[in-house]
Design a protein around this ligand. Structure first.
Ligand SMILES: Nc1nc2c(ncn2[C@@H]2O[C@H](COP(=O)(O)OP(=O)(O)OP(=O)(O)O)[C@@H](O)[C@H]2O)c(=O)[nH]1
Length: 453
């Protein structure tokens, strides 16, 4: 019932509501408990920066792995590159605050450099989000090796270029360095407050629009990317709300950004889990099919041979292994008179009857058209003959009514029995002898069991 209610739409709705409520709870907790940055631990900001860097690195690795495992998702290479660039450029943020690595975590640092690296991180991520949506829209065209290689080089090149620009605009290169934060008042400059922040918000809105337009948020991954855009728009709005870098907004926006990254990570982990679940299910089906005959549901010849090899190695007078080879009599007549489909139903019915007639550690296999083999472990020749007689009578006693139409008329079986009482007899020899006995049963008038002598 719960599973039936979880349609793709409900899943997406729950995910969106949970993510937005998470942001809301965070907002209420933060604004209720903290009024001034001095209340916060000096380790909070560096701690969050390192956590964010690790999260982005992890997300990038998971996305690259996803692309590597499933080439149909090549379009994710853009956002993978974006997260990789974001994680790498954060090393610059860490380097802007050398005091974080000593015993004076609260000590000052280069706030302007930190702001420039943050700006370029936003540019990289927002542009790569848009790129992902565009790659997705053009996925039918991006399918050759050359096309993919070109796109790959393009996204990696663009990310590296933006990272380099980030370093060039920071204090590492005094020629280009811009001032986003005033060194004395430690507050955002008008350039940021009036222009760049709004441009960045517009950039994130454009990414969000492209994602919604091209993907229709068809799965959790796209929804996660859309929430990332919303989270980053929220981060920038929080920053705009207070121009001072030593304000709560400076800390709060970083928490907001970290939560967005956590949501994306959660989506990717769900994706990996779903992928594992689906491949394991497919593996189980193909494993089952490789050992079973689809028509009768019994084991196939391959399984019988593999299984028999083990059993025959330890066969002895105390641990005999018996083989019963069963062949439906005049089966061709059934096919000719009632058609192949009806013939298939007969095979299926007989198969189920044989399966129910043996123990769980015995093997019932279909080895050819209307030919079946029972391998009875630890069963003496006398017992194997009794079992074969019982099965022969059971089959002969069925008619169209008792078989609910599976048998168009009563059918009979001819059976040959051979018992191995010494080790190292091959499965081919055993089946050959059981076949000889079955052949005699056919010759002697069918519907009978013959023992190999
Ligand atoms: N419906 C159906 N028929 C099959 C299948 N595999 C083999 N057959 C048919 O089984 C028939 C076997 O015929 P024969 O080998 O002449 O044997 P028979 O008619 O049973 O005669 P005896 O064995 O001598 O009693 C052939 O007509 C095959 O086409 C199958 O998977 N489904």
């Amino acid at each position: 019932m719960f599973k039936r209610m979880m349609t793709p739409f409900t899943k997406k709705l729950i995910f969106t509501l949970l993510s937005l409520s998470f942001f809301l709870v965070l907002h209420l907790l933060f604004t209720h408990h903290f009024k001034h940055p001095t209340q916060l631990s000096p380790m909070l900001y560096p701690g969050l920066t390192i956590l964010l860097m690790v999260l982005h690195l992890l997300i990038a690795c998971l996305l690259f792995m996803r692309v590597y495992c499933d080439s149909k998702r090549f379009y994710l290479v853009a956002i993978a590159s974006g997260f990789m660039g974001s994680a790498l450029i954060m090393t610059g943020t860490l380097a802007s605050f050398p005091a974080w690595f000593t015993n004076q975590a609260a000590g000052g640092g280069n706030y302007n450099d930190a702001a420039i690296f943050m700006l370029f991180r936003h540019i990289i991520l927002a542009s790569m989000c848009s790129c992902t949506a565009l790659f997705y829209a053009l996925r039918a065209r991006i399918d050759g090796t050359i096309m993919r290689l070109t796109c790959f080089i393009w996204v990696i090149g663009a990310t590296l270029l933006l990272m380099t620009l980030g370093y060039l605009y920071s204090s590492y290169n005094p020629m280009l360095s811009v001032m986003l934060i005033d060194e004395y008042s430690l507050s955002w400059q008008a350039l940021w407050q009036n222009k760049i922040a709004y441009l960045m918000i517009a950039m994130w809105f454009a990414s969000l629009a492209l994602i919604i337009h091209f993907s229709h948020l068809k799965n959790l991954l796209w929804l996660g990317l859309a929430i990332l855009c919303v989270g980053d728009i929220g981060t920038l709005i929080i920053m705009l709300s207070d121009p001072h870098t030593n304000s709560l907004a400076w800390f709060y926006s970083r928490i907001f950004e970290t939560v967005s990254a956590l949501i994306i990570l959660l989506v990717l982990l769900c994706d990996v889990f779903q992928l594992y679940q689906r491949s394991y299910h497919k593996y189980q089906i193909s494993y089952h099919n490789s050992l079973h005959d689809t028509l009768s549901g019994l084991y196939n010849r391959r399984f019988l041979f593999e299984h028999a090899q083990h059993a025959l190695k330890s066969a002895s007078a105390e641990k005999p292994v018996s083989f019963v080879l069963c062949d439906i009599d005049h089966f061709k007549q059934i096919n000719d008179r009632y058609g192949h489909l009806q013939g298939d139903k007969v095979i299926n019915f007989i198969g189920q009857l044989l399966l129910n007639a043996v123990r769980s550690h015995d093997v019932a296999a279909r080895t050819g058209g209307e030919e079946f083999v029972l391998m009875l472990n630890g069963t003496s020749n006398v017992n194997a003959m009794n079992i074969a007689h019982r099965i022969k009578s059971q089959i002969a006693g069925q008619d169209a009514r008792s078989s609910q139409g599976a048998l168009p008329k009563p059918v009979t079986m001819s059976m040959g029995v051979y018992t191995v009482t010494e080790a190292n007899c091959t499965i081919e020899e055993c089946l050959e002898r059981a076949d000889q006995a079955m052949y005699r049963a056919k010759k002697e008038g069918r519907n009978r069991v013959v023992n190999y002598h």
